[in-house]
Design a protein around this ligand. Structure first.
Ligand SMILES: [Zn+2]
Length: 1003
């Protein structure tokens, strides 16, 4: 027998694509189309239905960028369609190679009830399952002409990311609006052939299974008359029954398919469009659930459910029913799929608190796992926070995007900075948009790392971002792949069911300790500075607002602003979405976010002022004499959480010295040269100079920054080789106790104000940059005379170390890293801490100069990518840095808090702290009233030093009970406490980096 396998494959490909697939829909009859152009922001459905429509037809252009056009499609089912399954095909001008990211529509009936969505890969509308002929057809389509921004040549600067600059060009051209017959048997034949063909393409050329599949495909194609496909499809299928019914091997890989659509909450479209994207996709998914009994669909992000609830209640009612049936599965338990390294610790907890609260209130369930397939790296604090919030599992696949290193596990225990572990799975298909193609199914099997003992991986299945979610084609594939020889087995299952089996298969999973660093998207720690600043300031203000509102509530009965705080949190949590806070959205999104952050700040400052006023403390008073210190560290002699008279500040001086300048206190002496560079920084206690002899700190370095891909996201390692040091200053002068340095470069300029902190212990650098660069990266460099193998960086509720060398490819890949409020280089007995008030990126390089190793430490300040926002970060940007010399992690932690939660001047009554911790290693991260509005006080502390610490926590309040609580504030065991004069004292012993929540019921 001759082997003609290649010919059979080629034959099957051509017949499938050119003849069989187009024959699924037959006998088209054109329908009438009319259109109403909205010419602005979306309108209500009722207004869309009632609008004036003008006739249009296939071939006509429609839709300027971001506009909405309502189409009306009318006609009737032809009499000759009697007995047939009838659909409408409506092609708005789709490009099927682009599954999301373009025009989309939601189809309504004349009564305003939604039918389903229209997408490039789902252009059909159901009309009737078995026609009698003559049925009237009337559909309305709310169509969004969203521009394609990530085109065939991606990452080009574009003005289409804003309504105002997008231009009036009509972007789409109607292609067809026909009523057609849906040929069920042809549809089934297409999927029989497709699944077998794609399986054969994956099998070894010498395998018997492949030969038998191809032999059967030849026979099937022989049986199909290409001039009468509908009439002969059944005969073709009959030839494939045997090869399709041959079962999978006992050791076959098992894929849990979960219907899914990864819909970014904003990205290449504004937030308001996501509201509609979610409604469109979801309306189709609830219908698909009705039609296929075994199908399971999972959706994350409480925010997205809240949007449907508010904007498309009729879709939401169906979602709610499907959730109750266990078929539509909320996953992730978070408010949004947040960035997972930039949010502060409290904010991460609130993502879980507000997410789970929504799912509990709306559906009576809580998610058992965290679902972050796409965030750009995962902090080493997360395992503790996930476990503490009650999660049993964690899922992401993003680490498969690593540029250098392949992660060694698919399912494993992920261990955090405190030793907490959570069972984690990376879908081995390496995608969160599976279509269950033969290639993907084979890849899931091939890549799965635990195959010596385990067999299970998960596949989020469906088009995201406005691609429409799971399709009937994917369902058809899954049906054939359920138990098929030569393939992995595919089953629709809930993520919880998958994780139960995966955990049972791996009783002793491998352990990965520390952060899940993404070897890509390293620029997201810096891009769109105002997102970083807005987030940090909001987190600070929320901390202060909750503290003072709680103190006012428990001491004076002042009403606690639950609703206002909830709204502020919802805003901040939404803006932590993994394309907003990272700075990777279009200009529209970031412009709106700046406004939203400003409103949040206004609201929270009002809560702080009102709460303090209720306590007799007046902010913004003339001639203030008190300091309000919300931070969990003493500042200027004012205790943590107190309001009192500050101690007289230590004397700090700024003076001219020769050509240069000196900043001095009894703790440090900083010398600047005539160009405003720091040439000496002596810690007087140790006598050590942090700056190597003859070198300069506070040196601005400007790099060319044009990554290979993903401009707003990526900085490539090659950026370091193209550098310009800003050597000169336009002006350096004394200004009171500060030194002001002005420099210009290109069209940009910077003013720096260098001074010492009130206690004289830290160098403060306040930067105001008028940034006018293109594709540049601005760093502020300090050569530090410290021999450090690692740089220590604050993460949520603690810190972690990263190598400063690059011995291995893993270390080499971490050339740009992130910190929360501080990072530190140290050798035993001496270190230098670098704190910031609104940046996250930094790098440390070991260099050998003068026969010794120097740590070159740099803050990442600003970038200027041109995609997707062509004017990223242009304009005035501000940030504060602080340096402490002779520092260790404890000092760095203190500095980080001081820079971010500075004391506020005030007049009026002094206040003793409501809660104090006797051990400075145990810091208060939240004081608030309980989320359940019981009036209980919630106090959260964390061990900040990485060691064991015992503290006496004093609560200045009559107390009925003290209980431990989880991060969702659910009460646990009673905690022993003893009475004090005005309250209670609670003895706590914490593990390294442990986060502990207490729920205190007032007497
Ligand atoms: Zn995403």
């Amino acid at each position: 027998m001759h082997n003609n396998q290649d010919l059979t494959l080629a034959r099957a490909v051509r017949v499938l694509e050119e003849r069989l697939r187009p024959a699924i829909h037959s006998r088209p009859h054109p329908l009438m189309i009319a259109a109403h152009r909205v010419g602005g922001e979306p309108i209500a459905v009722a207004d869309g239905l009632a609008a004036e429509y003008a006739p249009t037809q296939p071939g006509e252009p429609w839709g300027r960028a971001w506009d909405t056009t309502w189409f009306r499609v009318t006609g009737q089912v032809p009499a000759e369609f009697a007995g047939e399954r009838v659909e409408v095909l409506l092609d708005l001008g789709f490009d099927i190679n682009m599954t999301g990211f373009q025009a989309e529509g939601l189809v309504y009936r004349a009564d305003g009830s939604p039918v389903r969505s229209l997408h490039p890969r789902a252009q059909w509308i159901p009309v009737v399952g078995e026609a009698t002929g003559g049925e009237p057809i009337e559909f309305y389509v709310e169509a969004a002409s969203n521009p394609v921004l990530l085109d065939y040549v991606p990452f080009q600067p574009t003005e289409k990311g804003e309504w105002a600059t997008a231009g009036e060009e009509l972007l789409y051209r109607l292609r067809r609006a026909d009523v057609v017959v849906f040929e069920t048997e042809v549809f089934e034949l297409v999927h029989d052939v497709e699944v077998l063909l794609q399986l054969a393409q994956q099998l070894d050329a010498s395998s018997a299974r492949r030969a038998r599949i191809l032999f059967a495909l030849d026979r099937a194609l022989d049986a199909v008359d290409l001039q009468n496909i509908a009439g002969t499809a059944a005969a073709g299928r009959a030839e494939l029954v045997e090869v399709l019914s041959s079962p999978a091997a006992p050791s076959a890989h098992r894929i849990t398919a979960v219907g899914h659509a990864h819909i970014d909450s904003a990205w290449l479209w504004p937030l308001r469009e996501t509201v509609r994207k979610v409604a469109r996709t979801t309306s189709s998914m609830v219908t698909l659930l009705d039609e296929h009994d075994d199908f399971i669909y999972a959706m994350s992000s409480a925010q997205q459910y809240a949007w449907i609830k508010e904007h498309r209640p009729e879709v939401y009612a169906r979602v709610k029913q499907a959730v109750a049936d266990g078929r539509f599965v909320p996953v992730g338990g978070m408010w949004v799929e947040a960035d997972a390294v930039l949010p502060g610790g409290e904010a991460m907890i609130r993502q879980f608190l507000y997410g789970q609260r929504f799912f509990r209130d709306e559906f009576g369930i809580e998610c058992r796992g965290a679902w972050l397939p796409d965030s750009f790296g995962y902090s080493a604090a997360l395992p503790q926070l996930l476990v503490g919030a009650g999660f049993e599992w964690f899922l992401t696949q993003k680490i498969s995007w690593n540029e250098r290193n392949i992660f060694p596990h698919s399912s494993f225990h992920w261990e955090g900075i405190d030793g907490s572990r959570i069972f984690t799975h990376f879908p081995s298909m390496d995608t969160y948009n599976s279509q269950l193609s033969g290639d993907e199914v084979a890849r899931a099997d091939r890549n799965f790392k635990e195959k010596s003992i385990g067999s299970s991986s998960l596949a989020p299945t469906g088009w995201g971002d406005g691609g429409g979610g799971t399709t009937r084609e994917m369902i058809a594939r899954a049906k054939r792949l359920a138990d098929l020889e030569g393939s992995a087995k595919v089953t629709w299952e809930t993520p919880d069911a998958f994780f139960e089996r995966a955990r049972a298969e791996l009783p002793e999973p491998a352990v990965w300790k520390g952060e899940l660093y993404l070897e890509r998207h390293r620029a997201t720690y810096t891009t769109q500075h105002k997102m970083k600043q807005g987030n940090r300031r909001s987190e600070q203000l929320l901390f202060e607002a909750e503290l003072w509102a709680s103190v006012a509530a428990v001491r004076t009965g002042h009403p606690y602003p639950y609703e206002t705080l909830d709204r502020a949190w919802h805003e901040v949590l939404l803006l932590q979405f993994h394309d907003i806070l990272p700075g990777t959205s279009i200009a529209w999104v970031h412009r709106e976010a700046v406004v939203r952050y400003a409103l949040v700040a206004q609201t929270l400052n009002q809560i702080i002022a009102d709460s303090l006023a209720a306590l007799g403390v007046e902010l913004d008073a003339a001639e203030p004499n008190l300091l309000v210190n919300a931070a969990p560290i003493a500042q200027s002699g004012v205790a943590a959480g107190a309001v009192s008279l500050p101690v007289t500040p230590a004397g700090t001086t700024a003076s001219v010295a020769g050509d240069g300048f000196v900043l001095a206190s009894d703790a440090v002496r900083i010398e600047l040269d005539a160009a405003g560079h720091v040439v000496s920084a002596v810690d007087l206690a140790s006598g050590r100079d942090a700056i190597p002899a003859g070198e300069r700190g506070n040196l601005l370095q400007l790099h060319q920054d044009f990554p290979n891909l993903w401009d707003a996201w990526d900085v490539d390692n090659s950026y370091r080789t193209m550098r310009r040091d800003i050597e000169t200053a336009d002006e350096v002068r004394l200004d009171g106790d500060a030194i002001v340095v002005r420099r210009s470069f290109g069209a940009s300029s910077i003013e720096q104000r260098l001074s010492l902190s009130a206690d004289g212990r830290a160098l403060l650098i306040d930067n105001t940059v008028d940034w006018q660069e293109t594709e540049k990266f601005l760093k502020l460099a300090f050569p530090i005379d410290v021999f450090a193998d690692t740089a220590i960086a604050e993460t949520q509720f603690g810190f972690q170390s990263r190598a400063t060398h690059d011995n291995t490819s893993w270390e080499n890949a971490r050339f740009e890293t992130h910190a929360q409020r501080w990072f530190l280089v140290q050798e035993p007995g001496f270190g230098v801490a670098f704190a910031n008030d609104s940046t996250y990126g930094f790098d440390v390089v070991r260099s050998q100069r003068g026969g010794t190793v120097v740590s070159d430490v740099r803050f990442s300040m600003l970038r200027a990518p041109r995609f997707p926002d062509p004017r990223t970060d242009l304009g005035v940007q501000q940030m504060r840095f602080a340096l402490a010399f002779g520092a260790d992690p404890a000092r760095a932690t203190e500095l980080g808090w001081a820079v971010n939660v500075p004391a506020r001047p005030a007049r009026g009554a002094e206040l003793a702290p409501l809660v104090t911790s006797s051990d400075p290693r145990v810091l208060i991260s939240a004081v608030k009233l309980a989320d359940d509005r019981s009036g209980d006080l919630i106090v959260r502390v964390y061990e900040a030093s990485g060691g064991r610490a015992s503290t006496e926590l004093t609560v200045d309040l009559p107390v009925a009970s003290v209980r431990a609580a989880d991060l969702l504030e659910r009460p646990g065991d009673p905690v022993a406490h003893s009475a004090t004069d005005d309250g209670v004292s609670v003895g706590l012993t914490l593990r390294p980096f442990q986060v502990q929540t207490l729920r205190i019921t007032r007497a």
